[in-house]
Write a protein that binds this ligand. Structure first.
Ligand code: ADP
Ligand code: ZN
Ligand code: ZN
Length: 733
């Protein structure tokens, strides 16, 4: 019998699906999109079932408006993976599915290659270029853009060119638009290009053979420092996959998606390589998505969201820098792309390789316990040599904008030898606080439980938590004194200080403020490689993915906070950062040196890291985690709640706690901690509290949440406060 009702998952924050009547002329399919009336809107959803009966009377049901697909949006296994995500992360199915769709498909556009629009200059336009544009500044800007070649429409949008300007110029006949559908070449029989390849060392060969030995599912941790040849292993693993006509997915952290990385894959293989990241416009994203689904692309390289790309025939997954925190999504569906990638490889029955110099403790634990295969690359390939590392005890030393005298002397030595120095300080702005010297008052954000950061360049104070900003103040709001002083050091201040300390050398600062403009990071990195700058100041941004062979000294300036942080992952992050920063420096002819300024040189974790290596650090840290019953030995869920009234938020979480504790499953070794105020107790005017559930296993946690959540949703306060659930949170703030 022909089904009469379609069950539809809609992008709404509700844990249910909606039934719609199927009009006679429409033929929906499971896993395909439909558009439906919902309240006064029209929404696009996914059909999850076709049935005869609804629990609601037929008269109450509305009818489908349109059927948008004649084949399912996702291949079967990916569709199952998304359903699993929805369950595991306790997130509504409709939102989970919508989250995995390219924007264009979410809006109901056809799942078909979209054309991309480009703007071109005409002959008349060229003539006009000679004559200039008088006071028409906006028009001149567009004409200068198109003068050097076709400009994608997206670039016009990025440059904030209005459609009025474009239309005017088009009407004048100076520019024209061309719409092109992407054209793809067929896949060549020999996927590898004829390029020079290094001869593999024995560790690389063993790693490759181990993965190839077992073509079905297997999870491999490839542990090797930067420059040890991990990427070379990836390339060698991808080659046979392509030769079989199958595809490869390579995930990289947000910061690692550099043109160099992409080019390495493009140069090596004759197959189309698609790149997927958050900066794509809708058309580009849809085209890349379709290229993978329809087997036009052989390789997809992308950041977190690329994990949910459909493939015609996926043969291998690679997750580079698997420990990177950008793999965890911090809003909506809070999934961890590395963990879901392992699940995907399992469903697809293909190998997955997790690469890192500094594996996450969770991953390392899985490798040490035999759940994952552990592969090592211990030699730096090519010419780089390991760095020498040491701590610099700064107890009692005068710090000049965060720099101790011994460090300054060390810098001078390296600089005078014609080398570069990298200073790492993970705090942007001039200073993290502005204080009254008379009464101690500190300028604080009215909307958050936080101080304003002073930004000298823009002459503002800014809250890094809610984004509010105001002109810098010159008078204390407590006592009226005008004697305000800065407290603490940010990258701007360091930059200014270095200009005075080392007037003969040029300093460049690389942080989110200095690289806001598109392309500015790339040109800064190029200038560094050209040795236009000798002193480099960087935040987190500079720690990853870039190699600077002329840097021979790297210093970490202010890391003590990480040793005694309330977030139990802070020391792991510091260790990872340390190893990564060290990886930026040196080559055989110029060995690198890493200095860590600290007030706690005796700290066990620091000692393990410096005197031994990451592995020893990790073992020490794992032992501590085991004692403290923290992940990976237990499994956490963080309930976050916020609202206008602190008491209400706290009460809500107290009730959540009671609900969890009343549940029979919680007796199987679960522990509920809190509610406690969040580390940032107030943000953007909202009071924030949190509650932590600790479970002995993933399955107990899953079962408990699945059955307690409906009860939590029924709590009267559940609709009065904003609350979220973070399964296996990476960030406890
Ligand atoms: P990683 O990804 O671990 O940072 P790469 O694969 O990028 O390391 O290798 C670092 C450099 O060493 C690259 O220039 C690469 O071409 C080179 N390389 C890799 N493997 C070898 C090898 N077996 N012999 C010589 N050079 C190698
Ligand atoms: Zn604020
Ligand atoms: Zn004062």
């Amino acid at each position: 019998m022909r089904p009469t009702i379609a069950r539809v998952a809609l992008p709404v924050p509700l844990d249910k699906q909606f039934d719609y009547l199927i009009p006679g002329h429409l033929f929906p399919i499971i896993g395909g999109r439909v558009s439906v009336p919902f309240g006064r809107q029209t929404l696009v959803g996914i059909v999850t079932a076709l049935v005869q009966e609804s629990e609601f009377p037929r008269e109450q049901l509305k009818a489908l408006k349109a059927v948008l697909d004649t084949q399912p949006v996702w291949p079967d296994k990916l569709y199952h993976l998304l359903q699993w995500c929805s369950q595991f992360y306790q997130h509504p199915l409709g939102e989970t599915l919508a989250n995995a769709l390219p924007g264009a498909l979410r809006k109901g556009k056809a799942a078909d290659f979209a054309s991309s629009k480009e703007w071109l200059i005409t002959a008349a336009g060229r003539d006009q270029l000679m004559q200039g544009f008088g006071r028409a500044i906006k028009q001149a800007k567009v004409m200068n853009l198109v003068a050097s070649g076709p400009v994608p429409h997206q670039v016009m949008l990025d440059e904030e060119v209005s459609s009025t300007t474009l239309n005017t110029l088009q009407d004048k006949g100076w520019i024209e638009v061309s719409e092109q559908r992407p054209q793809f070449r067929p896949w060549p029989a020999e996927p590898e290009a004829a390029v020079d390849k290094p001869k593999l060392n024995s560790e690389q060969a063993i790693a490759i053979a181990t993965v190839n030995h077992q073509p079905a599912f297997g999870c491999y941790l490839l542990q090797g420092v930067t420059g040890s040849g991990k990427t070379e292993v990836y390339l060698n693993l991808i080659k046979p996959v392509l030769a079989q006509g199958r595809q490869a997915l390579v995930l990289v952290p947000e910061i690692g998606l550099t043109p160099q990385t992409i080019n390495r894959f493009r140069k090596r293989f004759n197959v189309p390589v698609e790149v997927i990241h958050s900066g794509l416009n809708e058309t580009e994203r849809l085209n890349a998505w379709l290229a993978a689904r329809d087997k036009v692309a052989g390789i997809v390289i992308g950041t977190r969201s690329a994990l949910l790309t459909p493939f015609a025939d996926l043969g291998i997954i690679i997750v580079d820098e698997e420990h990177d925190s950008s793999y965890k999504q911090q809003d909506s569906l809070r999934y961890h792309a590395r963990d879901v990638a392992v699940m995907r490889a399992n469903l697809e029955q293909i190998p997955i390789v997790l690469g890192s110099a500094t594996p996450a403790l969770e991953t390392l634990h899985n490798a040490l316990s035999g759940k994952y295969h552990h592969l090592h690359l211990t030699q730096r390939a090519g010419t780089a040599r390991p760095t020498t590392n040491r701590v610099l005890d700064v107890k009692g030393l005068y710090l000049e904008s965060g720099l101790s005298a011994p460090l300054i002397a060390e810098m001078r030595r390296h600089l005078s030898q014609g080398n570069q120095v990298l200073l790492f300080l993970n705090r942007r702005g001039f200073s993290p606080a502005l204080m009254c010297h008379e009464c101690g008052w500190i300028a604080d954000c009215q909307r958050c439980d936080a101080y304003y950061t002073y930004h000298q360049y823009s002459n503002e104070i800014r809250c890094h938590h809610c984004g509010s900003q105001r002109p810098v103040i010159h008078q204390c709001q407590g006592c009226g004194s005008t004697h305000l002083v800065t407290v603490g050091v940010g990258t701007e201040q360091l930059e200014a200080q270095l200009g005075e300390l080392f007037p003969d050398f040029k300093t460049i600062r690389i942080d989110r403020d200095s690289t806001r403009r598109k392309g500015s990071l790339e040109s800064a990195l190029q200038a560094i490689r050209n040795n236009e700058y000798q002193i480099l100041i960087g935040t987190q941004m500079l720690a990853k993915g870039h190699h600077f062979p002329d840097v021979t000294l790297v210093a970490l300036l202010d890391v003590d906070g990480s040793l005694y942080s309330s977030d139990f992952r802070a020391s792991e992050r510091l260790a990872q950062l340390f190893i990564q920063v060290a990886g930026r420096a040196g080559r055989a002819s110029k060995p690198g040196e890493v200095v860590l300024q600290t007030h706690h040189p005796e700290h066990t974790l620091l000692q393990a890291l410096l005197n031994k290596d990451y592995h020893h650090f990790a073992e020490t840290a794992l032992a501590e985690r085991k004692l403290a019953q923290l992940p990976p030995y237990t499994f956490l869920t963080l309930f976050r709640a916020e609202g206008n009234q602190s008491q209400q938020v706290e009460d809500f979480l107290r009730q959540v706690r009671q609900t969890l504790e009343a549940h029979p499953l919680s007796e199987q070794g679960c522990l509920v901690l809190g509610p406690t105020p969040a580390p940032l107790a107030k943000r953007a005017g909202k009071f924030r509290w949190q509650l932590l559930l600790q479970a002995p296993s993933r399955s107990v946690m899953q079962k408990l949440l699945a059955s307690a959540r409906p009860a939590i949703q029924m709590l009267p306060l559940a609709t009065k406060v904003r609350w979220t659930l973070d399964i296996e949170p990476q960030d406890l703030s």
